[in-house]
Design a protein around this ligand. Structure first.
Ligand SMILES: Cc1ncc(COP(=O)(O)O)c(C=O)c1O
Length: 411
């Protein structure tokens, strides 16, 4: 093998890029990618080996340059955390979006007249998957905290009781990290006798952190609550640095029979060629840290989110946080602050996601900027009234201005 030599100027360019990336990362606190883990022990494999896990992970295929044994271990580790039943099946995807597409496709294979239900707070990948598969999608209302309104879901399901249902729940919505009540979703389907159903849980961000909570604190969001498939992202909590995800089904979905002649493996995955490197990164993160180490990281993130909340309360800035969340939703700061900090604002609200890798120094710098901004008092912003309904704020309630805004008087 030959290492690709640097050409004129490329070394300097790479050094510049690295410095730029490290500098920019400091202000990137609005997207949920953990950055605290690095993988030097895997560097030789990641940068020096061709690895292609083409096709089904349980089918070795003709080629030998793969890590399917490691991939199967990753699927098992994640499936155990999410309490998937025996007989489960899954694979390492390019991300949560691909996992949701796979789950919707599996539902369509079982029931070609399936109707998809997802909340208004679901990730855009759900709409995209339904559109790609030409499946009807019914959008369900959310409550003030961002959770799917199960009463609205019941009404919509009741209108189409004769049709199979694919309900997509979210464990950790993109904007407020709300966790849909999967137990209640299953009960609603049972009450309506909708037996031809699947419940997919998009647990991109929160799947692993919630799964590590002690039993009594763990919300009903996983396979034991009623999920029939779930997906997590690897580059979010597990800090794989490269985008990837893990999809788990409760059973092997119906798929194309037989094997692709030239690969020697079944074509059960969305993409054919698949990374053999990302299963390694996932496996490393899961096994070197173990449940305790991962839980400790999650708790540190929650502690930082609680700190952020307290400081925002202190300066009277409208904000809210769902139980167990790393995410603090806040009224969108003024433009000057938004130019410096990446906060995923939508014009009214923005958020900080206290992922592993985000430090208190970053939060303090952000708060200094917010305080320094002369306009640091939201007038026309509306934050969902989360604090009233959800998190028992430890710090005192924000000032009166916050309540007026939250009630939507200025809308
Ligand atoms: C709830 C939710 N689902 C899915 C995704 C997309 O995940 P991925 O980037 O792994 O495809 C995100 C990304 O932020 C998300 O928040």
């Amino acid at each position: 093998m030959t290492a690709v030599p640097a050409a004129a100027g490329t070394d300097a360019m790479v050094a510049r890029l690295l410095a730029e990336l490290q500098d920019r990362r400091r202000y990137d606190i609005g997207f949920p990618g953990a950055t605290d883990l690095t993988f030097p022990a895997l560097a030789k494999i990641v940068t020096g080996q061709l690895l292609n896990n083409v096709g089904d992970p349980w089918d070795e295929g003709h080629g030998h340059n793969h890590t399917k044994d490691i991939e199967r271990r990753v699927v098992d580790l994640v499936a155990d955390l999410l309490r998937a039943p025996a007989g489960r099946w899954g694979y390492v995807t390019t991300g949560a979006s691909e996992g949701t597409l796979h789950a919707l496709n599996a539902a369509w294979q079982d029931h070609p007249d399936v109707v998809v239900y997802a909340s208004a707070a679901a990730h855009y990948s759900v709409t995209k998957a339904a559109r790609l598969l030409k499946l009807p999608l019914v959008q369900i209302r959310t409550d003030a905290t961002g959770r799917m309104d199960v009463t609205d879901l019941a009404g919509e399901l009741a209108r189409r009781r004769d049709r199979p249902a694919m309900v997509v729940a979210t464990a950790g919505t993109t904007m407020s990290e709300a966790v849909d009540d999967v137990t209640a979703i299953r009960e609603v389907c049972d009450d309506l006798a909708i037996l031809r159903r699947r419940i997919h849980v998009d647990a991109a961000l929160s799947g692993i952190p919630l799964a590590l909570l002690p039993e009594k604190a763990r919300p009903g969001f996983d396979f034991t609550a009623g999920a029939t498939s779930m997906v997590i992202s690897g580059h979010k909590f597990l800090s794989t640095l490269m985008p990837c995800g893990v999809l788990i089904h409760d059973r092997r979905p119906a798929g194309p029979a037989g094997r692709v002649v030239y690969t020697g493996s079944a074509d059960t995955t969305i993409t054919g060629s698949r990374s053999g490197h990302t299963p390694l990164l996932l496996w490393w993160a899961l096994t070197t840290l173990g449940r305790r180490g991962l839980h400790r990281r999650a708790q540190q993130s929650r502690k930082l989110a609680a700190y952020t909340q307290q400081q925002l309360t202190r300066i009277g800035w409208p904000h809210a946080r769902n139980p167990h969340a790393f995410t603090v939703t806040l009224a969108q700061p003024p433009a000057a602050v938004m130019r410096k900090w990446v906060l995923a604002g939508d014009g009214q609200t923005a958020h900080i996601v206290c992922m592993p890798g985000v430090t208190q120094e970053q939060i303090d710098e952000f708060l200094d900027d917010l305080r320094a901004s002369d306009l640091a008092r939201p007038r026309l912003h509306v934050v969902p009234d989360l604090d009233a309904a959800v998190t028992p704020l430890r710090a005192p309630r924000p000032r009166a201005r916050r309540s007026r805004v939250a009630r939507g008087e200025l809308r």
